[in-house]
Design a binder for this molecule. Structure first.
Ligand SMILES: Cc1cc2nc3c(=O)[nH]c(=O)nc-3n(C[C@H](O)[C@H](O)[C@H](O)COP(=O)(O)OP(=O)(O)OC[C@H]3O[C@@H](n4cnc5c(N)ncnc54)[C@H](O)[C@@H]3O)c2cc1C
Length: 455
């Protein structure tokens, strides 16, 4: 049977699912529905026909089998940092209650699918260990890692998905499986890069790195100096060793609690830096950037890994975000000029953040075991974030991408895709063929909504 996405799906007997599971099942109108479905990105309407807040892996088995029986589709959600409205209309399975966290002092961790990076960062710190978390530790580990996972140490250690040892997953055929590079390698390949396409991950195990401290943070300049600083950054980062990972971000932060006054209500440029070698060498390396222009805030110093969120300074609170982006083949001076013509000083830009991360280093090399992550060749990633209610934010983001079109190319980062069409664009033909074969094997009825995008 192939599941059709039709309105009849909404007539599914969710009371039956409620009887089969320990977790809470809610449908629109129920008191707990809104709280259970609500994503971090509050601009995305997540309004499924029903939500199951899964209590354990068996609940997820029941949910996937129920969906297959009744011809509806299923989407997982942990934190709602990356929902796509089109994919969340039928049965949403939230994994927040799967909160197991075990850190092994010899260098690896096991977590449930509801766990955010912060829990592992804190549990690993006493052993001098760190996970390959992302720009903010509030993001969910499973969603991030199954999308590749590009973090602030990516040029030194590669992607989070390259560190995965094992994944436990309820595949679309309703089976709970343990997957490693030797047990079902086709699934191990597909789950690292393929996100929730094959099933709902219930737990994941991954290696940690020995990184008790780092030298880094963010260095802030006035927006008027953006052209000078970015020109310096291009030359400086060109021969940055793999011990260094860096990005730049044009910010227009609002005047609100938590935003330092010297950064609020104006255009600023942040240079982000993480050096995984000695603090002395990091400081020496970074001196050229400190001298690029007058500095308005310097938060680059030797820090414990628990301070990693200070590098990207992402927002913690639920945000109505409009996001767009792509990967770039290069970011030469002409591209900088094109970017600043739309986002630089003297221009009215509705975006809160326009960020360019330098890639390369360990990011560019395949991990020990092949995966469905197909963007290794990208030289830079571009991310644009605006507040969705601000008029013109979407058209302006499209204009930025148009202006950078000569340098846009390659496969998108799965974690920075924001529509189903963009999601397909994250994979090359060979990877797509392998993913489709895995879907035919492990989700023959097409229960996973996101897998349907590839059909
Ligand atoms: C502020 C912010 C900062 C970010 N920083 C980075 C960054 O530095 N690097 C980076 O690579 N990405 C980054 N991202 C993107 C983020 O990694 C993705 O949006 C990721 O999917 C979020 O996972 P989540 O579980 O938190 O979100 P959710 O919205 O809960 O899940 C998003 C998707 O992840 C998949 N997923 C979630 N749970 C499961 C599961 N149990 N089984 C299978 N699939 C699942 C599904 O496809 C789901 O639709 C950032 C996003 C935000 C909003």
């Amino acid at each position: 049977m192939t599941i059709a996405q039709t309105s009849t799906a909404y007539a599914a007997p969710f009371g039956e699912l409620d009887a089969l599971t320990i977790g809470t099942v809610a449908v629109p109108g129920d008191k707990r529905y809104d709280a259970l479905v609500s994503p971090w990105n509050v601009a995305i309407p997540v309004r499924p026909a029903a939500v199951l807040a899964a209590h354990d892996a068996q609940d997820i088995v029941e949910a996937v089998r129920f969906a297959a029986r009744h011809g509806i589709r299923v989407t997982p959600q942990a934190t709602g940092h990356g929902p796509m409205a089109d994919l969340t209309t039928e049965l949403l399975v939230t994994t927040k209650e799967l909160d197991e966290v075990v850190v092994h002092p010899e260098g690896w961790a096991r977590v449930g699918a509801g766990v955010k990076w912060l829990a592992v960062v804190e549990a690993a710190a006493p052993y001098g260990l760190a996970p390959l978390s992302g720009s903010i530790t509030d993001v969910g580990i499973v969603g991030y890692t199954t999308g590749g996972g590009l973090g602030p140490m990516a040029r030194t250690y590669g992607l989070a998905s390259d560190k995965v040892r094992a994944i436990e997953v309820v595949t679309g055929d309703g089976e709970l499986r343990r997957v490693t590079h030797t047990e079902r390698p086709d699934l191990f390949f597909a789950l690292r890069g393929g996100k929730g396409m094959l099933g709902i991950v219930t737990a994941i195990e991954f290696d940690l790195v020995e990184q008790p401290r780092f030298y880094g943070g963010s260095l802030w300049f006035d927006g008027d100096d953006a052209a000078t600083v970015i020109e310096r950054w291009l030359h400086w980062s060109d021969d940055l060793p793999e011990l260094g990972t860096t990005s730049i971000a044009l910010f227009q932060l609002p005047d609100m609690e938590g935003v330092p006054p010297m950064l609020a209500g104006r255009l600023t440029l942040s240079v982000r830096f993480v050096w995984t070698g000695s603090a002395e060498e990091g400081e020496r390396r970074f001196a050229a950037m400190r001298a690029a222009a007058p500095v308005i805030l310097d938060d680059v110093a030797e820090k414990p890994y628990t301070a990693i969120d200070s590098v990207h300074t992402d927002p913690l609170d639920p945000t109505p975000a409009y996001e767009a982006g792509h990967v770039l083949t290069d970011f030469p001076q002409e591209a900088v000029d094109a970017l600043l013509a739309l986002t630089g000083p003297g221009v009215v830009s509705p975006q809160i953040l326009v960020e360019v991360r330098q890639l390369g280093g360990a990011f560019a090399r395949s991990g020990e075991h092949p995966s469905a992550f197909a963007s290794r060749a990208a030289a830079y990633s571009l991310l644009i974030v605006g507040i969705s209610e601000i008029p013109g934010v979407e058209d302006h983001a499209a204009a930025i991408l148009d202006a950078l079109a000569p340098w846009v190319g390659g496969h998108r980062l799965p974690n920075f895709t924001f529509t189903p069409e963009e999601y397909v664009d994250a994979y090359d033909e060979v990877t797509l063929a392998r993913l489709r074969r895995a879907i035919r094997t492990y989700d023959p009825d097409g229960v996973m909504t996101i897998g349907g995008v590839l059909a």
